[in-house]
Design a protein around this ligand. Structure first.
Ligand code: ADP
Ligand code: MG
Length: 370
């Protein structure tokens, strides 16, 4: 298969103020052929820079990029089997839709008949057959974006790089284009490397997501892995809503007399939270002290028995949201936990009520120390 592999990549910029920015900071990972791969992260974390180095618009200071066995980071941009779609569609205003799509193929002096056929296929692919003779100014934003996509797919790249291509569209249009892009990727089988800072977009579109923080991917995994098993506080916090809570470490493997856990995921770590029973965690991390930070999603906390009784607290806020009650529970050490109570709503829940909190042990995720 033709994997896109980035190994030991570094890129430093010197700003006008003469400070050094490690835009890409020792990055190594692979993207599978035919994968919808999402690079997610806050503004300034290096997503665009990495895309530009893959495209050849920027050079790496260190490291290599391979597509299958072929090294591509030393090739000129046009010689790479890669194409890019930017947020600004950069269509030629004086050319029609069909001429815009044909442009790259004509530059390569492909036969007229082939160009014509490719253009028809692309128009069909993005469902713009009726618009072939319009100029970009006569199209909506979403239609212009589809022309830009058709133009970059026309040359049949092995990899399509997309830098926040939907950021300029309004929410409703963006939702439509998300499923459109997903469909295009599936039909063409082309590897998509899709950059976004929108976590919902990343979760709904990616086969895998790389969550970037300060120039490098902090975690790479399927949307479910990233959401359910965040490996760091940054990832847990960046994706969705979550709680952080400090727990007392009761026992851990490595200490004298500690028991070894059977499961393959790691060694045993038993912790307690305020007012809770001891919980044996199913995934452990290095815990240098006697405290460890856990993260748990609001929808994983229950007020009804089941799993482990991990804490006891007092309801401090209740907000009725129709589909659920948004509830805040304060533990004896002052920690506030957000949770959702599904209907039917128990009349007994009101601010000041003492409640026991339950969860499945694997929903309590220990975080590696920062
Ligand atoms: P993102 O796309 O994730 O928002 P960028 O890749 O654009 O991030 O930028 C990463 C970092 O590199 C930022 O701190 C940015 O200011 C810096 N940077 C990007 N391009 C340049 C440049 N040409 N000169 C100086 N600094 C740059
Ligand atoms: Mg960017």
């Amino acid at each position: 298969s033709t994997k896109l592999t980035i190994s030991g990549a570094r890129k430093t910029f010197v700003t006008p103020e003469k400070t050094h920015v490690n835009a890409i900071d020792d990055v190594s990972f692979s993207i599978n052929q035919g994968e919808f791969f999402v690079m997610l992260g806050p503004s300034g974390c290096g997503k665009t820079t990495l895309l530009r180095t893959i495209a050849g618009l920027d050079s790496l200071d260190e490291g290599e990029i391979h597509l299958g066995k072929q090294r591509i980071d030393n090739l000129a941009p046009h010689a790479r089997p890669v194409n890019t779609v930017f947020q600004s569609y950069a269509l030629f205003p004086h050319l029609t839709v069909a001429e815009n799509i044909a442009f790259g193929l004509e530059m390569e002096r492909r036969p007229k008949q082939e160009v014509h056929q490719r253009v028809q296929e692309m128009l069909e692919l993005v469902q713009l057959q009726e618009m072939a003779n319009r100029k970009p100014a006569q199209l909506s934003g979403g239609q212009q974006q589809r022309v830009a996509l058709a133009r970059s797919l026309a040359k049949q790249p092995q990899v399509l790089l997309l830098d926040e291509p939907l950021a300029a569209l309004d929410l409703k249009l963006r939702r439509g284009m998300q499923s459109e892009l997903k469909r295009l990727q599936r039909t063409t089988g082309i590897t998509f490397v899709f950059v976004t800072h929108d976590q919902e977009e990343a979760l709904s579109m990616g086969d895998r997501i790389a969550v970037f923080n300060q120039g490098r991917p902090e975690q790479i995994g399927t949307p479910e892995e990233i959401y359910e098993k965040p490996s760091s506080r940054f990832v847990a916090d960046f994706i969705g809503e979550t709680n952080f809570v400090e727990a007392q470490v009761e026992r851990q493997a490595g200490a004298v007399g500690a028991e070894r856990a059977e499961n393959a995921e790691g060694e045993r770590l038993v912790v307690t939270l305020p007012g809770g029973d001891p919980v044996t965690l199913t995934k452990t991390v290095p815990t240098p002290g006697d405290r460890v930070t856990l993260t748990i999603r609001p929808e994983r906390i229950r007020l009804t028995p089941g799993g482990v009784h991990f804490a006891t607290g007092e309801i401090s806020r209740l907000v009725y949201m129709g589909t659920d009650l948004r509830c805040t529970v304060t533990l004896s050490d002052g920690t506030e936990l957000a949770l959702r109570v599904p209907p039917p709503f128990d009349e007994g829940y009101r601010p000041g009520s003492e409640v026991k909190l339950y969860a499945d042990a694997e929903s309590l995720r220990p975080l590696a120390p920062e």
